[in-house]
Design a protein around this ligand. Sequence first.
Ligand SMILES: NC(=O)c1ccc[n+]([C@@H]2O[C@H](COP(=O)([O-])OP(=O)(O)OC[C@H]3O[C@@H](n4cnc5c(N)ncnc54)[C@H](O)[C@@H]3O)[C@@H](O)[C@H]2O)c1
Length: 353
Amino acid sequence: MNIVKVSSSKPYSVYIDRGIIDRLGEYIRSNGYVKYLLLTDENVDRIYGERIEKIFKNRQIKIVKYVVPAGEESKSMSILEELLTFMAENHFNRSDGLIAFGGGVVGDLGGFAAGIYQRGIDYIQIPTTLLAAVDSSVGGKTAVNLSSGKNLVGVFKQPKFVLCDPDLLETLPMDDFRSGVAEIIKYAVLFDGELFKRLFSKLDSQSPDLSEVISKCVSHKAEIVKQDEFEAGKRQLLNLGHTVGHAIEKASGYKMRHGYAVAIGIAIITRAGLAQGIIEEGVADEVLELLNVNKLPTNTLYPIEELLEYCKGDKKGHLESINVIMFRDIEKPVIIKMNYDELYIMLKQGVMS
Ligand SMILES: NC(=O)c1ccc[n+]([C@@H]2O[C@H](COP(=O)([O-])OP(=O)(O)OC[C@H]3O[C@@H](n4cnc5c(N)ncnc54)[C@H](O)[C@@H]3O)[C@@H](O)[C@H]2O)c1
């Protein structure tokens, strides 16, 4: 088993192991909560609901299940309110816990609900997508979207622990698996040349080193969270590809997968970095090639003016400037503060017409 310790204000562990889900009862039992809100989405519930409920039943652990529709629409204020109301109606209090069993949507929604319900109850992350396993289940960022933009309301709330079973990814549709690979590429470009090389070979749910790859990403995230839990500085690096990515997600009406939008965001930054002489041609070619090899999209047809407007609404943006994450080479990321005219030029250089 791989265990990654996250040294945040409230330290916790991420347990990564194939088949660990069947030992869930042991991990849950030791926490001593009276009952759990099991939050999941309809796809995950259809595939794994019965199996999970049986694990709890065998251990005589009380759970109350709440199932949200699958997809980004569930990261909304209205679903959040319905969830909180359900918790209140079922008499949840601080001696109870919440389990976010699903992808990044369930994790972000569940973490936020746990962060604000009765001023905070404990929660556990059990990621069921690759994206959630390598990124969103760790680090304590939780949020829902507003019509004005992505992740605009949320809190930092670290989970009690994270239980990651790569076997659960066997049922994940290929598009969603690839979406997770985009976040892995992000970690590789930012911090890990070895991982970068590894990703030129096929990665899928059967890969013998999948737990290792997940563990590497989680370790990189843990290191960043240790240094900058509340994103005052270095944690911003994890937004590589995200400012433009969030704008693309918004332009698509949140229909495009998060990882796909991030992949396009990374490609745009890479081409712009090349045009500005920040990234060498060989490095830029390799990054774009890696996205291609992993069948990720690298361009968008949304108008640059529209993307610029959405970038201005991003939470990383200020009135007149925005921090954009760029890199000079693999493992050499930089934060560049630019005004919106400069961002417009960057988008023009990065988007292929
Ligand atoms: N909090 C963070 O630090 C952070 C980081 C990155 C991304 N995010 C957020 O994560 C979200 C995207 O997460 P996601 O890509 O996991 O999307 P998701 O949660 O919508 O899951 C993708 C799809 O896979 C299905 N699914 C989940 N697990 C499955 C399984 N094991 N088998 C079959 N189907 C399964 C879901 O029902 C859904 O249809 C975005 O909202 C993004 O903003 C948050």
